[in-house]
Design a protein around this ligand. Structure first.
Ligand SMILES: Nc1nc(=O)c2c([nH]1)NC[C@@H]1CN(c3ccc(C(=O)N[C@@H](CCC(=O)O)C(=O)O)cc3)CN21
Ligand SMILES: CC(C)C(=O)C(=O)O
Ligand SMILES: [Mg+2]
Length: 272
């Protein structure tokens, strides 16, 4: 199949910072496979996150903790083969960067080398500063992630909103400023009060991308399967569903079953 060369200008780390400066909001969605990533990229989504939420959405685990670096590389390489325009960010999975900065750099290099991704994301603040420095020194762009960091779910105990108390809010602002100073190109803020997210977005010059962090930030991210309505049992307040695919797909599959049983499918034009 021949296809005309795409005219798209690629999204870069620099263009995201320019978007914050100019006030254009950044759109980001997850993708874990080639077919979905092709649709997300073609729709004009600026950033594709190969999230460790693949652990939940793709593999059916309860948390993000079990997914491995090899599995993240598999997902990321599938996504990379699909994209013409979007910037691709890959989550470093739990256990691939927390031990020490050298391990963090080794993991980031494996992702970049084996998947062709453009950048990595790590969860945490001051405790991972040296790891971020190492990765940045190797020329790998880093996105931060603060607030509800799901790899720490057993420390938090629940997926409830973070940083409602003054002490955690102050530490979060400090961490965001540190991530900017260290050289991160953007930060995800997950499930924190909208007013705190605004304060963070106003106090750093790198883009702040929110999920459950309100409107006063520089961009929004959602898990693709959530916004398409495929994960019908996942109902956080921050989620807006743009389709009800769980229902639509179920109906389509029921129709297929019925057509097979009734000998309606295949018909005369659907055979050789
Ligand atoms: N499908 C999916 N979507 C996500 O957004 C997502 C994942 N998986 N896996 C990794 C993390 C975990 N995330 C989560 C998980 C739970 C809530 C949540 O709000 N859950 C419930 C209970 C909250 C509570 O205990 O107070 C809710 O009712 O909203 C939010 C984000 C975000 N990420
Ligand atoms: C929810 C987003 C920010 C994420 O980290 C993921 O999908 O893994
Ligand atoms: Mg993640």
């Amino acid at each position: 199949m021949s296809k005309a060369k795409k005219e798209y200008k690629r999204v870069t780390v620099k263009s995201l910072v320019d978007m914050k400066t100019s006030g254009e909001k950044i759109s980001m969605l997850t993708a874990y496979d080639y077919t979905m990533a092709k649709i997300v990229d073609g729709a004009g989504v600026d950033v594709i996150l190969v999230g460790d939420s693949a652990s939940n959405v793709m593999a059916g685990h309860e948390t993000t903790l079990p997914i491995t670096l090899d599995q993240m590389i598999y997902h990321a390489s599938s996504v990379i083969r699909a994209i013409d325009r979007a910037l691709v960010v890959v989550d470093l999975p739990f256990g691939s960067y927390q031990s020490d900065p050298k391990e963090a750099l080794r993991s980031a290099i494996r992702i970049m080398k084996e998947s062709g991704a453009h950048s990595v994301k790590l969860e945490g603040g001051k405790e991972i500063k040296e790891s971020i420095k190492r990765i940045l020194n190797a020329g790998i762009p880093v996105m931060g992630h603060l607030g509800l960091t799901p790899q720490s779910i057993y420390k938090f105990g629940t997926y409830t909103v973070r940083a409602k108390e003054e002490e955690e809010a102050e530490q979060l602002i400090k961490d965001a400023k540190m991530l900017e100073r260290t050289g991160c190109f953007a930060i995800v803020l997950e499930k924190i009060p909208a007013s705190l997210a605004k304060q963070v977005a106003d106090s750093v010059s790198i883009p702040i991308i929110g999920i459950g962090a309100g409107p006063y930030v520089d961009g929004q991210v959602l898990v693709l399967h959530d916004m398409l309505g495929m994960t019908h049992e996942f109902n956080p307040r921050f989620l807006r569903r743009y389709l009800n695919l769980y229902e639509d797909m179920t109906n389509a599959m029921k129709q297929y079953v019925s057509d097979v049983k009734s000998l309606d499918f295949p018909n005369e034009s659907e055979q050789y």
